[in-house]
Ligand binder design. Structure first.
Ligand code: RIB
Ligand code: CA
Length: 330
């Protein structure tokens, strides 16, 4: 058995965050990863809501003991993506799941969890960041150099040579907090960026949801996956996210695929900057593609994904997750 990767997932559930978390939990239960902590941030919906959703998913699969961090920022309502993910960020299915086992009132902050874990395990922690990068930037600002102490920082971030999904130039995670994204890119950490250019090809269809759950279709987990997929397909079609193909984009799951099936991707070494000031381009990820000497490269950027094998891997791991947990409701 290979050494289990030590992972912290920074997330803002989120329909696609939920798929990423379920995929990760399958790999943890298979012994390929150790989930050190989950840290939550405001993004798709409010910080309180993303915290509760992450807690519910962890509790559903027996991971209530995993430390869960709450955003330390003021939970001021601001632009979110509830029109895509539902008011609760989980396709309005939160009430179908057991209540959250973690308490916001007693939870550590996401920043404290990140800093403590990285400091305790220098060069061993992989940070998977699938939310706006506020927590990571606050950790770096409060403890300069901390992100360089992580093994790797994997971001679902940016739109480089394709349109954005929030503005013509900006992808949501970067758009929500552009200075935070720039702080992470400039941190000197081992940064891997999986942009919209790649993730917009990852359409999770109804047939995939059915295939993943057919062995145990009446479990809470199966019903959650099928119902969430149905909700997300409706909003994806309404917002033209999949060019009319019935399905929804599972952007965040690409980070899990990279970590455990890296052969599915092609990368190039780049210098990437974030526009933090532009009136029309705020949140744009700017690639310096000129030939000749340039500023130091600061990230590996995914350029291609083998979509057929991506979904083959995802579906097998979701089937395994259901099989490993089917007696949980017995
Ligand atoms: O642009 C896609 C990203 O924004 C994903 O992380 C999705 O969950 C949304 O937060
Ligand atoms: Ca997300």
């Amino acid at each position: 058995m290979p050494t289990a990767a030590k992972i912290i997932l920074d997330t803002d559930p989120g329909g696609d965050d939920s798929v990423a978390l379920l995929w990760l939990l399958s790999l943890v239960q298979q012994g390929f990863a150790e989930l050190i902590a989950v840290t939550t941030a405001a993004g798709n919906v409010s910080a309180h809501r993303t915290f509760a959703s992450a807690s519910q998913l962890l509790g559903l699969l027996g991971f209530a003991a995993v430390p869960l961090g709450r955003s330390q920022g003021l939970d001021t309502p601001q632009a979110d993506a509830s029109h895509i993910h539902g008011a609760d960020g989980m396709g309005n299915l939160a009430q179908t799941l057991p209540p959250p086992p973690h308490s916001w009132q007693t939870a550590p902050t996401s920043v404290d969890l990140l800093v403590q874990a990285i400091a305790a395990h220098p060069q061993e922690i992989t940070i998977v960041a699938i939310a706006p990068f506020t927590n990571l930037a606050q950790a770096e600002q409060q403890h300069p150099g901390i992100l360089q102490q992580a093994r790797e920082v994997v971001l679902m971030a940016g739109a480089v040579q394709c349109p954005g999904n929030v503005t013509p130039t900006a992808e949501f995670n970067v758009w929500f907090d552009p200075p935070a994204a720039q702080t992470v890119l400039q941190s000197g950490a081992q940064v891997v960026v999986i942009p919209l250019d790649v993730t917009r090809r990852l359409i999770f269809t109804e047939a995939m949801a059915q295939a993943a759950t057919e062995a145990a279709p009446t479990t809470s987990l199966a019903e959650f996956i099928v119902s969430l997929s149905r909700f997300m397909r409706q909003t994806a079609l309404a917002y033209r996210e999949t060019s009319g193909t019935p399905g929804f984009l599972i952007h965040d799951a690409a980070t899990i695929a990279y970590l455990f099936y890296p052969e599915l991707f092609h990368f190039r070494r780049v210098n990437l900057q974030v526009e933090t000031l532009g009136q029309w381009t705020k949140g744009q990820t700017v690639l310096d593609d000129r030939h000749g000497p340039k500023a130091t490269a600061n990230a590996w950027l995914a350029t291609e994904v083998d979509t057929d094998n991506f979904f083959a891997c995802l579906l097998e791991d979701l089937k395994t997750l259901l099989a490993l947990n089917c007696d949980r409701e017995a």
